[in-house]
Write a protein that binds this ligand. Structure first.
Ligand code: FHN
Length: 422
């Protein structure tokens, strides 16, 4: 299959990335005057409580994340198989986590910390071979009098988006694309009703500086390089184009000390398999705290996935959309790489330890466990009277990998699936 946009090949191979939501909102840890944040994530706290800018910006006066260590972040991503990192260079609150000449509302000029987080992360990612990418909130900016979002400090009727576009948005995007070397991907968000002509100009502008910088779908109007699925949402069917789903590891993006509703490693594994098998990438979020520490529980969960990937990464990286089978697979599902199907056994069968699935027409030449290469017994047959293709795989009593044991099916050609006929 010929795929256009070669510059996206690293991202297509990557399949699993690390999202980081970190900003001065992290210092509030999800509550304001004793009230917790509510419906939208902790990074929305300024808007959720309509905190006046004059008060909100005071957080910056004491923002001093002394525990932040860019190398630790990049090493963590690399060690745990997350091939790219998307960092919130500027979220909706408008505060830049890098040195910006376009606006002094930034970490270097407005905090005692005074260090350029984007610069440190870009360098660390290079060292650990993780693609460095930036998130930039292009439409909402609650600090800027002319941008979208802040209707408690500013009067909507007085706003002129063009002024913000020319004086903050474009200059800041320029800074991100010229100060830190190659940027793998620029991740825009919440375009809402941003006029199409500005979105087009933004795309053109990014590509004029870094033609190989990928642009995500939330630049709006399908102008990006790939489709951004809704947050925490997995499409029901496979989708053969390029796409990605961002997922929270608890229920918030930014740090919230009260949100301990962590997804367990099994759930994350299931998401990774489902997303990859349907052709997408999983961008999994962490929300560091005020001092720059990744919450312990989220780190532990990701490390479980990372250990599994060390053994089973072949079934994830570089996979393309697997075919849709005719029947549900409550036990897991398949990922695919050319003529190989990777059978992900998320649930282990009970006696007699047989896994059955229907619909595969292509001959299986060989089946083996990815974890140790040992052969797996199987039967494949076709029943003409019922017009049914069946495969039965004999598994041992115990899984080889607790979380998900992968059986590789080497096929005689491209997988061909027999769909149901009525
Ligand atoms: O409003 C943001 C939210 O804070 C977060 O950044 C997510 C990540 O996908 N995007 C928006 C909501 O979809």
């Amino acid at each position: 299959m010929i795929r256009e946009k070669d510059f996206m090949n690293w991202w297509r191979e990557a399949k699993f990335g690390m999202f980081i939501h970190w900003g001065i909102y992290s210092a509030l840890a999800g509550s304001w005057n004793g009230k917790s944040c509510g419906m939208l994530g902790a990074e929305w706290i300024m808007r959720n409580f309509r905190i006046p800018l004059k008060e909100y910006r005071r957080i910056a006066d004491s923002f001093n994340p002394t525990e932040f260590d860019a190398e630790e972040y990049a090493k963590f991503a690399a060690d745990n198989g997350m091939k790219y990192m998307v960092f919130t260079a500027k979220h909706h609150d408008g505060f830049a986590m890098y040195k910006s000449k376009a606006s002094s509302y930034n970490i270097v000029d407005a905090t005692p910390f005074g260090r350029d987080i984007v610069k440190e992360l870009a360098e660390a990612c290079k060292k650990y071979n993780v693609k460095f990418c930036v998130y930039y909130s292009q439409y909402q900016d609650w600090e800027d009098p002319n941008a979208n979002g802040n209707d408690w400090d500013y009067n909507e009727a007085d706003k002129d988006f063009k002024i913000y576009f020319e004086n903050k948005l474009i200059p800041q995007v320029n800074e991100l694309l010229t100060q830190y070397g190659d940027i793998g991907l620029i991740w825009f968000d919440t375009p809402y009703d941003m006029p199409r002509e500005y979105c087009e100009q933004l795309v053109e502008y990014v590509k004029s500086i870094q033609p190989n910088c990928i642009i995500n779908g939330r630049v709006g109007y399908y102008l990006g390089d790939y489709k951004q699925m809704s947050d925490n949402s997995i499409p029901v069917l496979s989708y053969p184009g390029d796409w990605e789903t961002p997922f929270t590891i608890n229920n918030t993006w930014g740090y919230d000390k009260n949100d301990t509703d962590w997804k367990d490693p099994k759930t994350i594994m299931e998401m990774l398999v489902k997303i990859n098998s349907r052709g997408g990438n999983l961008l999994l979020n962490v929300g560091p705290d005020e001092l720059g520490r990744i919450p312990e529980r989220s780190a532990e969960i990701i490390q479980v996935i990372g250990r599994w990937l060390k053994i089973n990464g072949e079934s994830i990286y570089g996979t393309t959309c697997a075919p849709d089978f005719p029947y549900m697979m409550a036990w897991g599902g398949f990922t695919r790489k050319s003529n190989k199907l990777y059978m992900h056994n998320l649930k282990w069968p009970v006696y007699p330890y047989i896994r059955h699935f229907g619909g595969l027409k292509t001959k299986i030449n060989r089946a083996y466990f990815l974890a140790d290469g040992s052969e797996v017994e199987f039967i494949q047959n076709y029943e003409p009277a019922r017009d049914e293709y069946n495969v039965r795989v004999k598994l041992p009593e115990k899984p080889l990998c607790e979380l998900n044991t992968v059986v590789v099916l080497e096929l005689d050609g491209e997988p061909e699936i027999h769909q149901l006929k009525i």
